[in-house]
Design a protein. Structure first.
Length: 133
């Protein structure tokens, strides 16, 4: 039947994604989760523009999309290869939810299923990713 009134919350405890130029340390793009009461916001910085996106109603969908691409397999993996010497970008990612625990530090290439990650971000309202990532 229909659930009325109380909604079962899907918890997201931490989400940080940073994408920057390793030579200048210049931040190009970042997303940082901010929790206010029972609302979830992603602070989004895109080449100088900052906006705040309310993702409260999309947290469960977002986490499920990430689980579907096998995001937990990214945890503590090293995707550097031999790219470090001529890296044009660097990224870090931290995600903690009830069933996701991912920490990627100082990566120079994108993992498998990166397109799925971008798709999940687009689904929660992050626009223009193809111009950046």
């Amino acid at each position: 039947g229909k659930r009325r009134g109380t909604k079962i919350m899907f918890h997201l405890y931490d989400f940080k994604f940073k994408y920057f130029d390793p030579c200048t340390d210049q931040m190009i793009f970042y997303l940082i989760l901010e929790i206010r009461g029972d609302r979830y916001y992603l602070q989004c910085y895109n080449n100088g523009t900052i906006c705040s996106i309310d993702i409260s109603d999309k947290v469960e969908m977002f986490c499920n999309m990430l689980l579907e691409i096998g995001i937990n397999d990214w945890n503590m993996k090293n995707y550097d290869g031999s790219m470090e010497w001529f890296a044009i970008f660097q990224w870090t990612l931290d995600i903690v939810s009830d069933n996701i625990n991912v920490h990627c530090q100082e990566q120079y290439i994108f993992p498998p299923n990166w397109e799925g990650f971008k798709t999940a971000l687009t689904a929660i309202g992050i626009a223009g990713l193809d111009n950046i990532l």
